[in-house]
Design a protein around this ligand. Sequence first.
Ligand code: MN
Ligand code: MN
Length: 468
Amino acid sequence: MEEKKEKSKAEQLAAKLLFKSKNAYETMSADEIKAAYDYCEDYKKFLDGGKTERECVKEAVKLLGANGFKPYALGDAVEVGGKYYYDNHAKSLVAFVIGTESLENGINLSAAHIDSPRTDLKQHPIYEADGMCFFKTHYYGGIKKYQWTTIPLALHGVITKADGETIDFCVGEDDGDPIFYIDDLLPHLAQDQMRKSLADGITGEQLNVLIGSRPFEEKTSEAVKLNILSILNEKYGITEADFMSAEICAVPAVKARDVGFDRSMISSYGHDDRVCAYPSLTALMTLDKPAHTAMAVLADKEEIGSEGNSGMQCEVFFDIIAALSNYFGVNDAKVRLNSKCLSADVNAAFDPNFPEVNERRNACFLNYGVVVTKFTGSRGKGGSNDASAEFMGYVRNLLDAAGVVWQTSELGKVDQGGGGTVAKYISQRNIDTVDIGVPVISMHAPYEVVAKTDVYQTHKALEAFFKA
Ligand code: MN
Ligand code: MN
């Protein structure tokens, strides 16, 4: 008979006292892993359907509409259990479900963003040089410019014509479409360029998008440009002046794809922050008469500081809370005081190819679950919402009770750099807020990578939060 070996005192103590994060594959059942992979099939469709904030709003409205959500306007009557969405200038969105408890008990709020780094056309974009025709661009958000050269690009956006009509514009996504391209120098002639730093090797003014090379049939000056404008005029009824009232973005013309022989990861443009926006929506759509009113904000302009009337600094998000408070005859300040927010944004996953930018004990790893980021910021937490111990305690208990695989992380080691999220713009309204989200490899690159289990655990975390 085999003798059962007693655990030593040290082993017992270690089990009780020491903390060790867990890989999702150690804790998730086979069924749950399958559910995560299935979940990500729909996430990939969401990614491919929405590459700009405007397209994400449309995709979200489609999903919400199919799940019983109705349009809401400021001041509208609402009912308990009712599901609503507010479309803000077609660029940001607030969706909510009215809870059974008094609104004064607070709202469970999530906030993700749906804009991603890219390069935008300038207002006088089109020019011809040496028989080639280009669009001038101004990049949007934090990019490593050299990464945006020699990849297939699609153009997405809207154009408001002289008569006031606004048309959608999207070329480069269908298999039969042409794509667009930012060129780079061949290595043979790049001796001088290769001696420059990565920051200077490609400059902002070199991010010019190649759009044509065939001259107009009749001899004229700038014949290639004229030919392109004639094609655009025929197809869209636009003239060169119409670009002054257009918003057109060059984004990678790539689709979301599985990564790895095991298909455990997804590569896509714009995981940051659709990888949190999508779980916010799917979590909200699981609700049926929740106790607390639940609200998911999908904000624009996070990548350039949450500015403007579609960014998180815009009053409208708080106007909606005020309008609902007014409708229910409760104090708006008390509603915010008792509200909680998970600011749903990505963090930088530890990358073994660049270990020097992280402090391992306080970094997040692929497949270790949703990341709770107590603080972001840079140079001594500057510009950060720094969540309280009490709120961290609340989130910790919530996630543990719901069986969510989760981890904590900072954004890179001390004084390595840093960044921010929408968290600070919500917490300054007296709402307890902490960042949670998905670890991303190669964040802000044209093609970013996430792990499927982490995406699913983020949905699970947000669902538990909305249902709390
Ligand atoms: Mn982000
Ligand atoms: Mn970002």
